[in-house]
Ligand binder design. Sequence first.
Ligand code: SF4
Length: 105
Amino acid sequence: MDCARCGTCCVAPDISALDKPLGVRCVHLGPDLLCTVYERRPEICRAHRPDSLCRAVSAPTLEERVAKYLALFGLEAEARQVARDGTRSMRQARASRGSTRGERR
Ligand code: SF4
């Protein structure tokens, strides 16, 4: 399966290597939904491959795709809390709630 370049995997999941919280857009994701640091992106991003999840979250907009991703993993409430708190650090978000769920990569 080819990458659809939909941007969802750069927004929806927690990414430890980037300290990126759940549902927060990676600071390196460009407006065209392409990685702006592609040649030096973290190993975890290099290792990521498109799979059936990409098809499962397919939707017209990035916002809809991210919402579908979070719903599939039952993470909507946690993502809403992160958004409410304005948290930009995954470690900070986890420490404040003691959560260990939602990390995909
Ligand atoms: S570093 Fe690049 S590939 Fe990795 S999540 Fe950010 S935008 Fe996506």
